[in-house]
Design a protein around this ligand. Structure first.
Ligand code: FNR
Length: 191
């Protein structure tokens, strides 16, 4: 049987009407059967402080454990003020600490996002890429995916209404699968 990979995904928006959550739903639908998609929620994490390093609260331990159990991670995020939302950065900071226990180290990742604006979160993604680089996460360089959101592009159930966009997103998930497979072939997960 073909290997299945667990992919934890983060939705960078806390909005109840998030278009990035719609995009995440679409990606779950379009993922190849070899990818098992699971959301890793960021909304319950308190603001990170190094004061927690000696004794992480249960919510942060569970958060890090969820990442540890995945073969790869996917960031589906809006752009806020030409960067990533503070809530997502806070979650990454939690995952990266205490020093020496960075949950993203050697964990393959992909980034994607949508915005009503024409550049479709491109600047936020560049910012996120440099953070993930520092966190030692092997990052899928291409396909890049800057999705301009138009009303109705993705239904509440995550169905993509535009054929070209659906094809593009399906290919993105196929490429993510191949990338995770390649990375784990040379960098197997530690037991
Ligand atoms: C935005 N928005 C935005 N859009 C963009 O393309 N570039 C940007 O820098 C920003 N900055 C920004 C800051 C803040 C604080 C907010 C609330 C919004 C608009 C943003 O793309 C839009 O609200 C999306 O709907 C956000 O994605 P979610 O939350 O719907 O997934």
């Amino acid at each position: 049987m073909a290997t299945r990979y667990r992919i934890g995904y983060f939705v960078g928006s806390l909005s109840s009407t998030s278009i990035n959550r719609l995009l995440a739903k679409a990606l779950v639908r379009l993922a190849p059967p070899a990818l098992q998609m699971e959301e890793i929620a960021i909304k319950d994490l308190p603001l990170y402080s190094p004061d927690y390093d000696a004794d992480y609260p249960p919510v942060a331990r569970a958060f890090k454990q969820a990442i540890a159990e995945c073969d790869g991670v996917l960031f589906v995020s809006p752009e806020y003020n030409r960067s990533i939302p503070g809530g997502l950065k806070n979650a990454i900071d939690w995952a990266s600490r205490p020093w020496g226990q960075n949950a993203f180290s050697r964990k393959p990742s992909g980034v994607i996002g949508t915005s009503p604006g024409a550049i479709g979160t491109a600047v936020a993604q560049q910012s996120l890429r440099s953070v993930l680089c520092f966190c030692n996460s092997p990052l899928m360089n291409t396909v890049e995916a800057y999705i301009q959101f138009k009303p109705g592009l993705i239904t509440a159930d995550g169905e993509v209404t535009d054929e070209g966009t659906e094809k593009f997103l399906r290919n993105y998930m196929d490429e993510l699968h191949l990338f995770v497979q390649r990375v784990l072939t040379v960098l197997p997960r530690e037991a």
